[in-house]
Design a protein around this ligand. Structure first.
Ligand code: ATP
Length: 366
């Protein structure tokens, strides 16, 4: 999969940009605050329909303008797609693929599949379970649109159930209505849990050879899925158990006004040599693990999608030692990669690869 070109109008500090890309390595090089990450962000939006830096689309529009535009031509085997994102202040953004408007940006993964590596990835290990669940959801959604569709529906039903729980504290006769939500939650929740389980099992297979290479065979990794729903032998049994747990916890849920049981409480435990890396891992071990996880996702997408995703590396390359940079570069031989760097010395590791270097200065490629 490739991005052939990118067009930006009034996007962040770019007034008017038109740039063609290399099929292999693309380097965005420049001093701080010139617009390197803004380019990675524009590509990410073409892939995920939203930014990784902000939830407020108006921040993406140039300070002095009312509208912004991103356009990118992508190529998957012989299939070409033209992705367009139009942003207007105080209006929802509009996304089109080949001139036809998407109803939901989650359909976007048919246009451009990508994996982002950025310094904030480390938070996935250091911080709370929400970021780990977000990681699972973003990775699985890239190849299974139905997963994100089910997740959106699940969250909607969960919100309705929580609202009703609060009302039930006063109007006790409404409690029977909760059944309808419980049935939907257990059905949608079961299909999501099964996908999360499958994904984590796959990742465990893919990650170990990668991590062993990165750590000279010294460390083994295990990713463990934690859910308050037991994963039984088949879908029907999980669904039944899910429903039973929701019902048995109902009084407590009414008391607290929120649903305790369900996949919205899931977590992912990460072990290096059988020890929880969040508690015992050094900063370096945590960084390397994140790298291994992201590289496994790249391989996972290749396995299920048939082609490599586009890889976006923001502010990560310069942070790595020479060995890890070399290892990464070797992994990037057969895919299109975008890398931000501040200094040309960081580029030794990609010397042997086909590459284009774009010098970025004050919102322009010069
Ligand atoms: N909505 C906007 N309108 C105009 N300029 C913006 C907007 N949002 C951000 N900028 C500008 O973009 C620049 C930052 O760009 P970016 O984050 O891409 O920097 P960078 O080159 O990746 O820097 P670093 O190496 O420090 O990470 C800043 O000068 C900032 O003021």
């Amino acid at each position: 999969m490739n991005v052939k070109n990118l067009r930006l109008i009034n996007f962040r500090n770019y007034y008017n940009l038109n740039v063609e890309f290399n099929d292999n390595i693309n380097i965005f090089m420049g001093k701080n605050a010139q617009g390197k990450t803004n380019l990675i962000e524009a590509l990410y939006i073409c892939s995920y329909g939203k930014s990784f830096r902000t939830t407020k689309d108006r921040e993406l529009i140039n300070f002095n303008k009312e509208q912004a535009y991103i356009g990118a031509n992508t190529k998957l085997n012989n299939l070409e797609k033209f992705i367009e994102v139009k942003m207007e202040r105080d209006k929802p953004k509009r996304i089109r693929i080949n001139k036809s408007e998407l109803k939901n940006y989650k359909e976007l993964n048919t246009g451009l599949v990508s994996v982002l590596f950025c310094p904030d990835d480390l938070k996935m290990i250091k911080e709370g379970p929400l970021l780990r669940r977000n990681f699972l959801d973003a990775s699985i959604s890239q190849i299974k649109p139905v997963y994100s569709y089910n997740l959106i529906r699940y969250n909607k039903v969960l919100m309705q159930r929580n609202n009703l729980l609060k009302t039930c504290r006063i109007k006790k006769d409404l409690v029977n209505l909760i059944d309808v939500f419980d049935i939907q939650l257990s059905k949608l929740g079961t299909s999501i849990i099964i996908e999360r389980d499958k994904f984590i099992n796959e990742l465990n297979i893919l990650i170990n050879p990668i991590h062993k290479n990165l750590t000279c065979d010294k460390e083994s990794v295990e990713l463990k899925y934690f859910s308050n729903i037991p994963r039984l032998i088949d879908k029907e049994s999980i669904e039944k158990e899910y429903l039973k747990l929701l019902k048995s916890n109902l009084n407590r849920d009414i008391e607290y006004g929120t649903t305790e049981i369900g996949l919205h409480r899931d977590d992912l435990l990460m072990l290096i040599n059988n020890k929880d890396v969040k508690i015992y891992g050094s900063q370096g071990q945590q960084r390397t693990l994140v790298l291994s996880i992201k590289l496994s996702v790249v391989e996972y997408i290749k396995k299920y999608f048939g082609v490599y995703p586009v890889v976006l590396l923001d502010d990560v390359f310069s942070e790595l030692d020479e060995d890890r940079r070399k290892f990464l570069s070797n992994s990037f031989k057969n895919m299109q990669v975008f890398i931000t760097v501040t200094d040309a010395v960081d580029l030794n590791a990609v010397n042997d690869l086909s590459k284009s270097v774009f010098i970025i200065e004050d919102g322009k490629v010069i």
